[in-house]
Design a protein around this ligand. Structure first.
Ligand SMILES: Nc1ncnc2c1ncn2[C@@H]1O[C@H](COP(=O)(O)OP(=O)(O)O)[C@@H](O)[C@H]1O
Ligand SMILES: O=c1ccn([C@@H]2O[C@H](COP(=O)(O)O)[C@@H](O)[C@H]2O)c(=O)[nH]1
Length: 206
């Protein structure tokens, strides 16, 4: 593909609405080539650990991510090369054996909690957005989502939140907002923000 791929990064707290914003943008660009990749796909392989050990991993610390592979993939997409994105299973706390083939589309939206922490990764994005959603709303949404879709119970979500999710948000994620081009309040249903982002992406693509 000769056309340049526009790489968009959406960061913010867990359950702040990053995926919803990305999915909404994809729908709005219906006829064009836009796709989404989650940073969660780049959690390190944990096959060598037992399930009891995997449960104890700090999934909100940058060390839990294979950011080297993510950076390599960002560079490959920019060079017009396709990538094989690992598939992640939250219930198993591990990568599966499958990958997703992703072609260098016109626009690729990456969403993830730690995307703006590593300087080389954040600089690879043409546009950077940060979801500014209050933490109590994020926790409520995360409780519902993790129990319904990620094989978790209330006690495990709350104890993980207190032990790692909130402290790592304070240490790494919240400070990374300073690197965003645009801070988005009211989550993934903020239609004015969505319209502004669409206009900017259109101007970069054309
Ligand atoms: N503005 C919103 N209003 C209502 N529910 C929302 C809103 N934004 C996100 N959600 C819901 O909250 C949950 C977490 O949102 P999601 O986009 O998956 O967060 P993230 O990708 O940041 O972890 C999902 O179930 C989603 O549908
Ligand atoms: O095995 C895992 C992997 C990740 N998590 C949690 O997921 C969130 C990040 O995903 P979002 O979609 O942005 O919420 C992160 O806060 C991890 O704590 C997990 O619990 N288990």
């Amino acid at each position: 593909m000769s056309q340049k791929t526009i790489l968009v990064g959406v960061a913010g707290a867990s359950a702040s609405g990053k995926s919803l914003l990305a999915e909404t943008l994809i729908k709005e660009f219906a006829s064009e080539h836009v796709c989404m990749i989650s940073e969660d796909s780049y959690y390190k392989d944990q096959t060598h650990l037992t399930m009891d050990e995997r449960v104890k991993t700090n999934y909100d610390h940058p060390e839990s991510m294979d950011h080297d592979l993510l950076l390599e993939h960002l560079k490959m997409l920019k060079n017009g090369e396709s990538i094989e994105v690992p598939e992640y299973d939250y219930s198993d706390h591990n990568r599966t054996k499958n990958t997703r083939h992703v072609e260098p589309a016109k626009v690729i939206i990456f969403e993830g909690i730690l995307l703006f922490v590593n300087p080389a990764i954040r600089e690879a994005f043409d546009l950077r957005f940060y979801m500014d959603t209050p933490l109590d709303i994020c926790l409520t949404r995360r409780l519902q989502r993790d129990i319904v879709s990620r094989g978790r119970d209330m006690d495990s979500v709350i104890s993980q939140y207190m032990a790692t999710v909130r402290p790592m948000f304070m240490q790494f994620i919240e400070p990374s907002r300073q690197h965003a081009d645009l801070i988005i309040p009211r989550g993934g249903k903020n239609q004015i923000a969505i319209d502004l982002i669409k206009t900017k992406i259109h101007s970069l693509v054309n």
